[in-house]
Write a protein that binds this ligand. Sequence first.
Ligand code: GLU
Length: 494
Amino acid sequence: MTVRVRFAPSPTGHPHIGNIRTVVFNWLFARQNNGQFVLRIEDTDRTRYVPEALRAITESLRWLGMDWDEGPDVGGPYGPYVQSERLALYRQKAEELIEKGWAYRCNCSPERLERVRAAQRAQGKPPMYDGHCRNKPPGAVSPDEPHVIRLKVPREGKTVVHDLLKGEIAFENRLIDDQILLKSDGYPTYHLAVVVDDHLMHISHVIRADEWLPSTPKHVLLYRAFGWEPPVFVHVPLVLGPDGKKLSKRHGAVSVAEFKRQGYLPEALFNYLALLGWAPGEGDEQEIFTREELIERFDLRRVKLSPAVFSYEKLDWMNGVYIRNLSDEALLERLIPFWQEAGLIPSPVPAEELERLMILVPLVKERIKRLRDVVPLTDFIFTEIEPPAPEKLIGKKMTARQSLEALRSAHELLKNLVPFDAATMEPRMRQLAKDLGLKAGQLFTIIRVAISNKKVAPPLFGTMEALGRQKTLQRLAQAEEILAAYITETEAHA
Ligand code: GLU
């Protein structure tokens, strides 16, 4: 069988990461079987339609490196791939079902339907259409008056869904509603459109989230009504937040655009998503996979039945691994947009600035989990700093005077150091600490605060090299003034 799978999003906003995980499964399955991956836009619910959504969807897939063989932008033999452009087809199919005795016209007013539902609720019954128009003689509801077309669900027996992961699931027909197939505005409902399109687009496997399982018996009935062979159904577990509730904004990023903005690498996110509900197998602990390995190893039959829990912590870890695996040059390229976005460097980047950035890259590589982390870690190198408070400039177990002395000595040393680079600086500064009778950490912390006004910053010597001699000396001088003023002040009050 030729494998043909699809992602059929409704353009209602930014795609949710849980849906994107399901796309990853579809895409991997298509690629490993040399099949086709189809993008189809299900825009039949006009009330929830968001015009920018289509772009958000395609950008998200592209950023994650998932291409599609057929779709609204690339075309294909079974188009159009946007449901609102296929309305005539759905009407024709719905009429076909009326002729076959599998559907009927219904002109019940919204008020009547509401009364029926209210009565059902009062009796504690699930709200369902009561079949008022089901047995009217043909022609009783004219095609020219406002009406909907409903599926004539058999009253008895069961409808069995075959699911690749869950096996057979039987649904009692009497509990299945006479589903509306075509609305009075001429738009199909999801149920009619999805079945017609999956069939006409030759979809072999419908891989979608568990939440669609309750709809599937209706789809199975529709396949039977049309006399079509249903595809293989694969309902994959939902993605939950760490607290066991459906993953939502409360938990953190949920749209691909947001993950991108925070500085996750697309290849890391892709790897992480592939493992959300799937694992290579018992005893196989491998977690870092290239895209090619995932295409080869992914096994649709091994997708877990229980919901997958999204762990931001694990994703951060994985992203850090991917960051450290990049060459310095490759990481630099990825970091530049984040520095630019924060307004720290211009665009395009001047050549001398590039040199400075290249000094910083190896220093930050081990210290960031997300690309964006580089901004608070290094901003002080590009911008002026708030003058540090004098208390912060006093070394551990040291007096203000000793600290000032240490700053002045370091200043003296650095003023004449040639070349002004980390390798030359480090042994000289360590020696200086010894000469002053200080621990290296005592001296270095004072200098770190003086140049960055931060307790945590990238390694000191590389940072000073990147900052350059002039700025380094300026900040040391500023710190000396602050401490000197503080000493005068405290002594005056003593
Ligand atoms: N349009 C549906 C959605 O928004 C597609 C469900 C399916 O894959 O059948 O997710």
